[in-house]
Design a protein around this ligand. Sequence first.
Ligand code: ADP
Length: 210
Amino acid sequence: MLYRKAFNFNQRMLNLVLFGPPGAGKGTQSQKLIDKYGLIHLSTGDLLRSEISQGTELGLEAKKLMDNGILVPDSVVIGMISSKLDSNKNAKGFIFDGFPRTVAQAEALDTLLESKDAPISGMIALEVNDAELENRLLLRGKDSGRPDDANPEVIRKRIKEYNEKTAPVAGFYKGQNKFKSINGIGSVEEIFDAINEVISTYQVSPKVNQ
Ligand code: ADP
């Protein structure tokens, strides 16, 4: 029993949840983390936009909600994540970006990962104030082409959805002693260093965490 516990502590995979409001910089940092640790990036926002560009039924339904800054139903994103986990069985680990966004999604993710004996290593939150977020999203909207970045009302709705439905997800990981928050304002490199410092405290296999 003791041996099994000690063994479990040395996780095989680095499974990271990057957390923070829209515009906090999760996408930028994810890209750097993928390069450094060889992880698979699972962004539900990207997966949904890909459904939209392929014109699938799921994409058409999701678009109506996304263009208004409203979260899509839990069952839709959980299904997408589940199939991505299945199709990447030999991954070194995953970065979850924009997921889980509700407590129900966090619970479902735990169940999915339990069956793979590869739990979440930790959640890292990027802290950025609302005024800075609005500025960043409006700036990004100038060249991202994303309809939800172009309209100040939709941006405010997204931040409101975040505060109401997503912020409680931090409590879920705090309850598991897996939550760390860092300052999301600063240079990309400074923030990346702070994230790496947190990762270095995780007890994952040295093959992954190098
Ligand atoms: P951002 O974090 O900048 O808002 P995303 O690309 O993560 O951008 O998400 C864009 C939109 O996609 C969200 O406003 C929401 O409508 C939808 N979405 C993305 N991920 C989820 C999720 N896990 N649950 C529900 N809706 C989601």
